[in-house]
Structure formats: C-alpha cells, structure tokens
Design a protein. Structure first.
Length: 268
C-alpha cells in the first residue's frame, strides 16, 4: 500500500501546477466562512490584524482569500510544490501570503504565535494524529482557535475511498476518516473548548464532481463547475439542508465535517 510521502505529494502538486486551478474544486468557501465566523461577535467578522496559519496548504486558495480580507496569513507545507501554488495564487490576487516549508508536527514557530490555526484534508493522513494536533495547539495564542476539517466516516465517499486504498489506487496513498464524536473527543482530550461543530454536503454533490473529473481526464471535456440547478430539485435540496442540517444527526451524513475549538486563556 502506498504511503503519503513527501515524494508522492511533490509529484502530485507538480502535476496540479499544470492544471487551471479554476477547474479544481476548492472548499466552496467553507473554511473562510467558518474562520470569519469566529470573529463575528468580537469584531463583526473583521480579520484585519489577525495572524492565521494554514497547515498543509495545498493550493493555498483559502489562505489567499483570508489575506484578501485583511489577515496576516502564513502557510506551511513540507513540499515545495504546494508552496509554489500558494505563491502563484497570492501573486495573481495581489496579496501577500508567507509560505514556509516545514514539518507540521514540529513547526518553526514560537509558542502562542497565531490567532487561528487551520487545516482541511490533512489530519486524516496521519496514523497518529496527536503530534500534529499538539503542535497546532502549541503555536496558538491563549484564546486562539483551531479549525480542523476532515472526511466523515458514514458516507459513500468513504466506502469508495476504502475500496481504492485496498487496491492501491487512491490518489493520496493511505488516509483515515472521523466521526464528529471522535473529532470532538480528540479536541476535548487536549483541553480545548469546542465552540462549533459543522458538516458540509457539498453542492454540486460528489457524484457530479467525480463525473466531471473523469470526463476531463479521459476526454478533455469540461462540464460546468456549478451546473444550472433543476428548480424543483434545488428547492427540495435547500429545504432539506435548512431543516435536517440543524440537527446533530446531520453531522453523521455529510462527506466532510469540522470542529472549531478554543485554546484556554493563560492562567495567571
């Protein structure tokens, strides 16, 4: 079974660099929305002056959006291919994002440096996630927030992923997944306070996204990123998300979940 090695990810991001990133799905604004929401009561969602770190930056598009909103943003990754994409995205947007090459389990930052540390699609690649988690917490300021976004266990996406891992065809080598209860338990076990748990169903859904990627890869044909919705189905889906999405049970049905947890204030 393939492992998630620096060599694997360097090759992955070098190949991604040849793509138009507008043809690659991001997080649909989910990470930016959740991070901005942290400061809604404190400063009306204003990110000016906030120090934010993205760990395992990928394309860096969320980091760039946060920088555009006024935050001081750094990204950390252990391969230059990812950091190069971040630099390219920042240059195209005319903002400054500071890329740092380093190990997420032993980051080159002083204790208590950041107001927010976040990552999306990273924690699941660690057989033992706690060294990563604990170094995330170390570099947070007292009162700062950690935002972790991962795949959710009870979803057909996970079944497909497990099959592809078993036959050594999964693009990321090995990875795991979490339930919302497991993720929250990890945060509480590290003495963090859960301030919000969330899930995301993704629109358009995974079936459409998979079909679009297959067609692009096999034929070069590009379906629209966001197809025109069929009005009755769109209304039904929106009503379902409004009603069911407010329940705890919904967090066991979405393909991705996340937790926002607060580091306690320093004890004097």
């Amino acid at each position: 079974m393939r492992e998630s090695t620096p060599e694997h990810w360097q090759k992955f991001w070098e190949e991604a660099d040849n793509l138009d990133l507008d043809d690659v799905y991001g997080t649909d604004g989910r990470m930016v929305r959740e991070i901005t929401g942290i400061f809604d009561l404190e400063s009306g969602g204003n990110l000016a002056g906030k120090r934010i770190l993205e760990v395992g930056a990928g394309t860096g598009r969320d980091a760039v959006t946060l920088a555009r909103a006024g935050a001081e943003v750094l990204t950390l990754d252990y391969v230059s291919g990812s950091l190069g994409l971040t630099i390219k995205a920042a240059d195209m947007s005319g903002v400054k994002v500071a890329p740092v090459c380093g190990d997420g389990t032993a980051m080159p930052f002083a204790d208590g440096t950041f107001d927010v540390v976040f990552h999306q699609g990273l924690l699941e690649h660690f057989p033992d996630p706690f060294p990563l988690l604990r170094d995330n917490i170390r570099v947070l300021k007292p009162g700062g927030h950690l935002v972790i976004d991962v795949p959710q266990t009870f979803h057909y996406y996970t079944l497909g992923k497990k099959f592809l891992i078993a036959i050594d065809k999964w693009f990321a080598g090995w990875e795991t997944e979490f339930t919302i209860a497991e993720l929250e338990k990890m945060m509480v076990g590290e003495n963090l306070e859960i301030t919000r748990s969330y899930g995301d169903w993704m629109v358009p859904g995974l079936w459409y996204r998979a079909l679009r990627k297959i067609l692009m890869t096999r034929t070069g044909r590009k379906l629209p990123m966001n197809p025109e919705p069929i009005p009755p189905l769109a209304r039904l889906g929106e009503a379902w998300r409004r009603a069911f999405g407010k329940t705890r049970l919904s967090l066991y049905t979405t393909p991705t979940i996340g937790v926002i947890a607060r580091k306690p204030e320093a004890v004097s």
